[in-house]
Write a protein that binds this ligand. Structure first.
Ligand SMILES: O=P(O)(O)O[C@@H]1[C@@H](OP(=O)(O)O)[C@H](OP(=O)(O)O)[C@H](O)[C@H](OP(=O)(O)O)[C@H]1OP(=O)(O)O
Ligand SMILES: Nc1ncnc2c1ncn2[C@@H]1O[C@H](COP(=O)(O)OP(=O)(O)OP(=O)(O)O)[C@@H](O)[C@H]1O
Length: 498
């Protein structure tokens, strides 16, 4: 990429989240991730080039030096911070504006600093995998969210050890209007290690709202979740795109039946990608990560509880889900247990305002990772313990909010597969790559907000499911949310390690 010859016509809108907007190159497998600012946030919108560059460099350092060692070299692409010509950024901003979803337009793209994060386009496999193939790669993005129930002795509300945060939180989201309806996705189903197609069905259809459902073919978005969409019609359309990949050209199956077959094939590939032990030779039975008893079932999940209870709860060691779950579990005190430690750090910073060795806002280097990994097991009253726990909590928050991209491509017998695993769920054969994205550091000063949010989520959930509930806090509550539908049949498939 020649930074002095940037042309906005070479880039197109790709997607965005709460904090960044992403454009992809029309020819090369690169994306630029630009910062976004709230229109009301004057202070941030005028971040200087140096400040914005530092901010993006912090993201790179955090991905590279902290999240990559925790999540695995193979899954994380940290990218590089770049400075772009300001005219290019302004033209780009005008160009992409009409493509942006209305729900994201409460924020504007940063056109002041000229800084961005340049990353590989993870919706496209590296060329070696598609060698000799005419079909473009497919890609599915999912956002798994938090996959365990807290077991901390600091948790004061019993419901938190029964119903997972995602299932409780969605009642609040529906009530506040962020989501139009409840989803049947429960992260604990996905992370349970009990192999069933249910969470995958939910994830690849519109049922999961923003927690999945984005699909690309050759880098072009072919399907995204819409709140008001006709799910069945949309799925048939999606299946049309997928048909050439999963059904032989002469196949006579048509209509909904064909859609079901094709989507099931896709799910098999997804399951293999998410549950493959990447560090194990494929001929060896993968080692398993056993999940703590009693922490794997969420009472709000629609998956049959007896199935989960009878299951052997383990994820193949080193599969992407085990890596993410392990990192999420660095939050082992829960926000309730973290609060007093956060206050200890605050007090210390008040007493020693020039203190920088705690690395609250970085640098995110080996020494930061050391604080995360070598935090004392018991509270010895020290500032080291408190800051270690705060850092662990922030690392866990990042892992609870990351997304997974699974890019898959059909491959012929002789294709070079290099680092990508090859699987054979059915003919034809596929290769795939798995990446984890959105690994930004979560701000230290968002911890008090997390604490308030925790109480709010709990109250909304109890209020909407238990009419006689007494408030946990004196928060103002309105409109109880809806209840989960439990009418969906599930289909269980046997998973064979590859
Ligand atoms: O609090 P949550 O669990 O709703 O997560 C937020 C996400 O909502 P989600 O549930 O995925 O729809 C939210 O995603 P959306 O904007 O809803 O796509 C953000 O990722 C937010 O992180 P940040 O403030 O941008 O760093 C996320 O906030 P934190 O990870 O900082 O809590
Ligand atoms: N390297 C990449 N390759 C392809 N697509 C990407 C890449 N990085 C991000 N995207 C796309 O852009 C979207 C927004 O990026 P990202 O999730 O990093 O934004 P965010 O604002 O940090 O999100 P959040 O709302 O979680 O804070 C992603 O959901 C994904 O679809």
């Amino acid at each position: 990429m020649e930074l002095d010859k940037m042309d906005e016509n070479d880039w197109k809108y790709h997607g965005e989240g709460n904090k960044s907007l992403v454009v992809s190159h029309v020819q090369h497998a690169r994306v630029l991730r630009l910062l976004k600012y709230s229109t009301e946030d004057d202070e941030n919108s005028h971040k200087t080039t140096e400040q914005a560059f530092r901010h993006i460099q912090n993201i790179v350092d955090y991905s590279k030096n902290v999240m990559k060692p925790l999540l695995g070299e193979k899954f994380v692409h940290n990218g590089e911070a770049v400075k772009l010509p300001i005219d290019f950024v302004r033209q780009l901003s005008l160009k992409v504006q009409r493509e942006r979803p209305e729900s994201r337009c409460d924020k504007v793209m940063d056109t002041f600093s000229g800084c961005a994060l340049c990353l590989p386009n993870l919706t496209q496999l590296s060329s070696c995998c598609c060698f000799g193939q005419h079909r473009p790669p497919l890609c599915i993005e999912i956002k798994p969210k938090c996959g365990f129930l807290p077991s901390s002795r600091h948790v004061t509300k019993e419901i938190k050890s029964k119903v997972c945060r995602f299932c409780m939180h969605q009642h609040f989201k529906v009530t506040s209007g962020k989501w139009k309806r409840l989803s049947r996705y429960c992260p604990l189903d996905l992370f349970s290690g009990y192999v069933t197609t249910h969470p995958f069905w939910v994830l690849i259809t519109a049922e999961s709202h923003f927690n999945g459902g984005l699909k690309w073919k050759g880098g072009e978005c072919i399907y995204s979740c819409k709140d008001d969409a006709d799910v069945l019609q949309d799925l048939d359309e999606l299946a049309q795109h997928l048909r050439p990949y999963f059904l032989p050209s002469g196949s006579l199956i048509n209509g909904h039946q064909a859609s079901k077959v094709v989507l099931n094939e896709l799910i098999q590939v997804l399951m293999s990608a998410l549950l493959s032990s990447w560090d194990c030779p494929r001929t060896v039975e993968p080692r398993k990560t056993h999940l703590p008893e009693g922490r794997v079932t969420c009472e709000a999940s629609i998956l049959h509880r007896d199935l989960l209870w009878n299951g052997n709860h383990c994820l193949p060691k080193d599969c992407v889900l085990a890596k993410i779950l392990g990192t999420q579990m660095h939050d082992n005190l829960d926000i309730e247990g973290l609060n007093p430690l956060f206050r200890r750090v605050e007090q210390h910073l008040q007493d020693f305002p020039k203190e920088s060795r705690l690395q609250i806002d970085g640098p995110y280097d080996e020494s930061f990772l050391e604080k995360v990994q070598n935090c004392p097991a018991e509270d010895d009253g020290s500032i080291e313990y408190a800051v270690g726990k705060v850092h662990q909590y922030r690392v866990a928050m990042t892992a609870k909010d990351c997304s997974i991209m699974i890019a898959i491509a059909p491959c012929g017998e002789d294709d070079g597969l290099d680092q990508n695993l090859e699987i054979q769920p059915a003919k034809p054969r596929f290769s795939y790559s798995v990446s984890i994205l959105d690994l930004d550091p979560k701000p230290y000063d968002s911890i008090p907000h997390q604490s308030r949010l925790d109480a709010k989520i709990l109250n909304y959930y109890l209020r909407s499911t238990q009419p006689n509930h007494q408030e946990v806090d004196n928060l103002e509550l309105t409109n109880p949310g809806l209840f989960l539908g439990r009418d969906r049949e599930d289909c269980t498939l046997v998973f064979h390690p590859v």
